[in-house]
Design a protein around this ligand. Sequence first.
Ligand code: SF4
Length: 128
Amino acid sequence: MIEKPRFLMCICTGQCPGFASLNLWELINYVRGELDVEYAIVHPQLCVDDGDRFIHDYIKPGIKYVIGACDPKMQRKMFKDAFANAGGNYDDQVVPLDLRNMSTKDAMNKVKETVDGLKVKSGSKEIS
Ligand code: SF4
């Protein structure tokens, strides 16, 4: 059985102006309640030491993670070693989304499109 993706939101401690127009709780409750994910969680700052420790405890091989955060290139740089150290593979497992400078509605739509896209792919056996 293919497991549903997990949605992981990283929000720059909640203080970054890039997320000023995003209602975090509206977004996270929408994702966990309305979209086809296993669950949705928030980490305040994944790219620092406790974020690495969290990834180390949390990541399981073979699961897809949709990460809402900053620039995908920055995410890759910051998370790929932590995934590898946890026995995962960032490039295979993560769909990084840049949700900065977006309204809550736009962020919801972007996450929905991504999760729906993963569902279509898993239906045609493109992900495992
Ligand atoms: S990973 Fe990106 S969104 Fe998360 S705290 Fe670091 S810079 Fe901010």
